[in-house]
Design a protein around this ligand. Structure first.
Ligand code: GRG
Length: 311
C-alpha cells in the first residue's frame, strides 16, 4: 500500500483545489482493501485461491478502483453501486501484472515490494492465478452489482471486455513485445502501445463509473477524453520514474527500460520535455471536467496526483 503521507497534500494543485487528496486516498484505499479482501475467500483447491489473493491483496495504489468510485459519485451514483466494478478493475489490473511479470514476458522478480506471483507459486500456478482473477472479475460484476439497471451492468461488462482484449491491454502488450530490441520505434507506435496497455483500463475505470451512474452520452464522451489523457500522462510518468525512482520506491526493479534499451517517452523526448508533456495532458484532461463543477474536485486532484507521484 502506498503511504498516503507521501502524497501531495501541500502541492500547489491541492491547495488551489482546497482538496485533501492525501486523506481522500487513504480513506478510499481502505474501503477498496476491505472490499477486495471480502471479494475472494480461500476454498478448495486452496493453492489457486491463495495465489490469486497473494497478488490481489499485495497493495498498490488502487488507482483504477478509486477512479471508478470517484466518477460514479461525481455523476450522481454512489460507492455501493460501483464497488463490485471497482474490485473487478483491480482483479483485471492485478492479473495483467502477474502475466506481465512472467519469464515469457517482462521476467520480473519483484512487484509491489514483494516477490512476483510466479516466484512464489511457479509459472504454471501464476498463469492460472491470472486466468482465475480475469474470469472472476466478470463473474463478480454480474453477480454483485446492485441497484443498477441490468442493461447498464451489461454495458460495464462489455466495456471491461473491450479494455482487456485485443482491442485493449492484450493488443498493446503484443505490439510492445514486437518492438523489443528495436531502437527506431516511432512515436505513433509508442502511443499505440500505451493507449492500449495502460490507458485502456484507466479509461474503462472512469467510463464504467459513469455508466453505472447513468451519465449522459455527452458526459461519457468527456469522461472518455479525460481518462485517455490521464492514461497517457500516467505512462509518461511511469517511464520517467523508471529512470528517477529507486527500487524501494517503485516496489519493482528500477532502471529496467534503460537496461533493455527500450524506447520510452524520456528516450525520445528527454526527461524535461516528458514532464512537460505529462503536465499538458493532465491540464487537457481537467479541462474536460469543467461542466461537472465542484463535484469534479476528486478527479482533478487524482489527475494531478498522476504527475506528482513517486511510485
Ligand atoms: C489482460 C488478458 C490479459 C493479459 C495480460 C501482460 C498483459 C496482457 C498486459 C500488460 C499490461 C501492463 C502490465 C501494463 C502496464 C500498466 C501499468 C503502468 C502498471 C502499473 O500500474 P500502477 O502504477 O501499479 O497503478 P500499482 O501496483 O500501484 O497498482
Amino acid at each position: 500500500m502506498v503511504a498516503a503521507d507521501n502524497l501531495p497534500k501541500n502541492s500547489p494543485e491541492s491547495k488551489k483545489l482546497e482538496f485533501d487528496l492525501s486523506a481522500y486516498l487513504k480513506e478510499r484505499q481502505k474501503l477498496v482493501e476491505t472490499a477486495l479482501d471480502k471479494s475472494l475467500a480461500i476454498v478448495y483447491p486452496q493453492k489457486i485461491y491463495e495465489a490469486m489473493r497473494y497478488s490481489l491483496l499485495a497493495g498498490g495504489k488502487r488507482l483504477r478502483p478509486i477512479l471508478c468510485l470517484a466518477t460514479c459519485e461525481m455523476t450522481g451514483g454512489n460507492i455501493e453501486m460501483s464497488m463490485p466494478t471497482a474490485c473487478a478493475l483491480e482483479m483485471i489490473h492485478t492479473m495483467s501484472l502477474i502475466h506481465d511479470d512472467l519469464p515469457a514476458m517482462d521476467n520480473d522478480d519483484y512487484r509491489r515490494g514483494k516477490l512476483t506471483n510466479h516466484k512464489v507459486y511457479g509459472d504454471d500456478v501464476a498463469i492460472l492465478a491470472g486466468d482465475g482473477l480475469l474470469a472472476y472479475a466478470f463473474e463478480y460484476v454480474a453477480t454483485h452489482t446492485q441497484n443498477v439497471p441490468p442493461f447498464q451492468v451489461l454495458q460495464v461488462i462489455s466495456r471491461l471486455g473491450r479494455a482487456v482484449g485485443a482491442a485493449g491491454l492484450v493488443g498493446g502488450q503484443v505490439v510492445d513485445l514486437e518492438m523489443e530490441g528495436k531502437t527506431d520505434v516511432p512515436l505513433e507506435t509508442l502511443n499505440f502501445i500505451h493507449n492500449h496497455k495502460t490507458a485502456a483500463l484507466l479509461e474503462a475505470s472512469v467510463v464504467c463509473g459513469g455508466i453505472l451512474a447513468s451519465a449522459s452520452p455527452e458526459k461519457l464522451q468527456r469522461l472518455s477524453r479525460y481518462s485517455q489523457n490521464i492514461g497517457l500522462a500516467f505512462q509518461i510518468v511511469d517511464d520517467i520514474l523508471d529512470i528517477t525512482a529507486t527500487q524501494e520506491q517503485l516496489g519493482k526493479t528500477a532502471g529496467k527500460d534503460q537496461k533493455a534499451q527500450k524506447v520510452t517517452y524520456p528516450s525520445l523526448w528527454g526527461l524535461e520535455e516528458s514532464k512537460k508533456q505529462a503536465q499538458l495532458l493532465v491540464e487537457a484532461a481537467c479541462a474536460e471536467l469543467e461542466p461537472f463543477g465542484e463535484q469534479a474536485k476528486p478527479l482533478i486532484a487524482l489527475a494531478y496526483f498522476i504527475t506528482s507521484r513517486n511510485n
